[in-house]
Structures are given as C-alpha cells and as structure tokens.
Design a protein around this ligand. Sequence first.
Ligand SMILES: NC(=O)c1ccc[n+]([C@@H]2O[C@H](COP(=O)([O-])OP(=O)(O)OC[C@H]3O[C@@H](n4cnc5c(N)ncnc54)[C@H](O)[C@@H]3O)[C@@H](O)[C@H]2O)c1
Ligand SMILES: O=C(O)[C@H](O)[C@H](O)COP(=O)(O)O
Length: 389
Amino acid sequence: MKAGRIRIVADENIPAVEQYFGDLGSIQRLPGRTMTRAQLQDADVLLVRSVTQVDRALLEGTRVAFVGSCTIGTDHLDTHWLDSQAIPWSAAPGCNANSVVEYVFCALAALGRDWRGQRFGIVGCGNVGGLLQRRLHGLGNACRVYDPWQQANADLATLEEVMAQDVVCLHAPLVKGGPHPTRHMIDAAHLGAMQDGAVLISAGRGAVVDNSALLALLEGGKPLTTVLDVWENEPAINTALLAKVDIGTPHIAGYSHDGKLAGTRMVREALSRALGLPALPDSGWAEVAGAGEAATKRGPLTLSPPASGKDSTGDLAQMADLLLQMYDPRADDRRLRAAAEAQLPLAQGFDRLRREYPRRLEFSHYRAGAAGLDSESRRQLEILGLKWN
Ligand SMILES: NC(=O)c1ccc[n+]([C@@H]2O[C@H](COP(=O)([O-])OP(=O)(O)OC[C@H]3O[C@@H](n4cnc5c(N)ncnc54)[C@H](O)[C@@H]3O)[C@@H](O)[C@H]2O)c1
Ligand SMILES: O=C(O)[C@H](O)[C@H](O)COP(=O)(O)O
C-alpha cells in the first residue's frame, strides 16, 4: 500500500474519515450492516464499526490489507482469521469509555435515583468499568467488581456478590469461547437473585444478558429498575422487553461525538504505524478534528442554573438537572419507543436512530454556575467531569 493511492472503504457512520484518512487515497462510504465481499474487491483498507462482521466470508479473495474498527468492542472481528492471513487489524480501545460512564450517571439522574450511598456492582472492569470504578471511589461509593481476568483489583468479588449490589453495571465484552465466555453470563439465576428495587444497567454487549430470562422476570413482576442500551439480536430487538424496561436506548451509550472522533483518530494512528508513516503531533490531530468540530471551537457551552427547590435528598434534583441538561437518555428512550410504534420494522428504526444520532458532547465541553449548590454536590459534579464558570 502506498500512501496517496490507498483505496479505503469505510462505514458511512464513521465520522471525519475524510479529515483523518483523506491524505492516504480515495474513500468510499458504504452502509456497514450490508457490506459485501464484492464491494471490497479492490479495497486496500476497510474501516468498520461494530455492525460489520469481518471474517473470511467478507474478505477472502479481496485485497484488503488492513482492517480498522473505530470501536472499543471487537466481537465482530474474526481476529483469529485476520491473524492467520497476516492482515493487520486495529480497534480503538477506550475511545468512548468516558461517554459510557457519563451515560450511566445520566441514566441514574433520569431515573431520579440517588447514587450517593449506593453500593455498586461492576461486571467487566476494563476501560469502561475501570473508569466507572475510579469515579465511584472518588464519589465515596462502595464497589464490588467481577472480572475473572484481574487479580490486583481491590474490589474483586464473585459474580454473585456483584449482582447483589444496589446498582449493577454491566460492561463486559461479548466473548464466545475460552475459560470465561460471557454469552448469557447474566442468566435467569443471576437476575432472579438481584435485590428487589435494584438497578441493572447494561451497556456492554446485549447477549451478555439472557434477554428472554430478563423479560420473563420483569413480566413476572420482579421489582427491578432496568436500563438497557444493548440488546440481543440488534437491530431486531425484542419489543416486549423494550416495553418492560425503564430506559431503553439504541446502543448509543458510547455515542458522544468525542468518543466517535477518538475512535476514528485511534484507527488512523494505527494505520499510520502499520504503514510506517510518522505520527502527527497531538496539535496536528486536534487541527484535523477541528475541521469538523465547530462546537468545540465556539468554546464551552453554558448550562442554565439548576432548577431550584431542594427536596429531602438535598441537592440531588439540582445535580440531576445539570447532568440531564448535558445528556438526557430519556430523549433516546422516547425516540426508540416511537420507532417501535411506527409501521416500519423496528430494526430499521433502530439503525436509523444510530445513523442520525444528534451530536452529543461530553461533560468537559460544559460550564455551570455553582451558586446554590452545596460544597458536596459541587465536589460530586466535579468528579463526574463538570467544570464551573
Ligand atoms: N454500549 C456502548 O455504546 C458501548 C461502548 C463501548 C464499549 N461497549 C462494550 O463494552 C465492552 C467493555 O468495554 P471496555 O472498554 O471496558 O473494554 P476492555 O476490553 O477495556 O475491558 C473489558 C473487561 O472485561 C473483562 N472481561 C472479560 N471477560 C469477562 C467475563 N467473563 N466476566 C467479566 N469481565 C470480563 C476483561 O478482563 C476486561 O477487563 C466492550 O467490549 C464493548 O463490547 C459498549
Ligand atoms: O464497542 C463500542 O465502541 C461501542 O459499542 C460502539 O459505540 C458501537 O457503535 P457502533 O460501532 O455499533 O456504531
């Protein structure tokens, strides 16, 4: 592959491909879910997101010599086959971890759930779970963590102990083989053993939770509060389960604009390494990203003062108000339910919502006035990433 003459095929949902890869050659955009081998015949580089299965069936006989996935998850890549063919590949570890952690706290805020004093369980403690754990420690919350590949984590516990916490957050990858597979790891027994009134937030991969078991439990009246961002059989998700969950979103927890751009940048950096090209300095990448980044150029966005009026939980309502001004998952929930009620198959609506996702900026882009908030609430919001005017 020679820089300047590389043929790149990229999923149409990857932002800023032209800015980040345009210097390398031509770019063709295609819908990721329906990419075919015929479309990739003359491609040198394939850039995907999580909806494209990249395997022998897709690539054999093509000249694709590099695969980049602008995502954290890699379960859609047959990495064994890619390695066996000596096709270099890269994903974007951690690119949208902050976005997912912000989603967790905004979901709790949207539910009116006070996170202070709650005991958290985290399943899967890598970039996302680990960041969540650090934030929770900063906030003063107790955590129990299940991650069979870790030994040094001070919060390690059994899966049973983790599932018994007040708020259980699932951030494990989808792993189909090996000693610790995750498909349906959260089964009827684990779900049934959750405390009445507990919160379950699933933002890793849908099939980690046995969706039928969860639906049966909710239909049976188990008092759980459930937030599902990821589902089995996306995009054709179970509408009966959607009807039962408290917040349901179309796999967008990691969809901050920042997280998506970071994914594109990380894959470009990996391709540069594979091609032996020099890395651009950080400022260079910032300029490239800036080409499509009008919002950050305008400077910080200012939040309205939080709605006044303290309740019995002190400043919770005000903290929640500020968080929800930055991102309100109930808007995504409403759009998904509206798509489920439309005449078209929900699979189309699910993908459309993801394709047309509004620009969502992470908390670091915002500034708020601290007046009226007590010092502990200010501290909590600072730990979550909010800055003050
Ligand atoms: N909803 C979204 O928008 C969204 C966004 C980002 C990532 N994700 C998903 O979340 C997953 C986690 O992201 P990450 O950045 O933390 O990935 P990561 O690779 O940094 O961490 C994954 C962690 O899960 C652990 N793990 C592996 N098998 C496990 C098992 N059987 N039980 C419990 N833990 C196990 C690993 O040891 C690792 O620590 C990704 O693989 C991806 O599928 C979803
Ligand atoms: O793995 C990830 O990074 C996330 O699940 C990602 O947000 C998925 O988005 P998609 O690739 O499906 O657009």
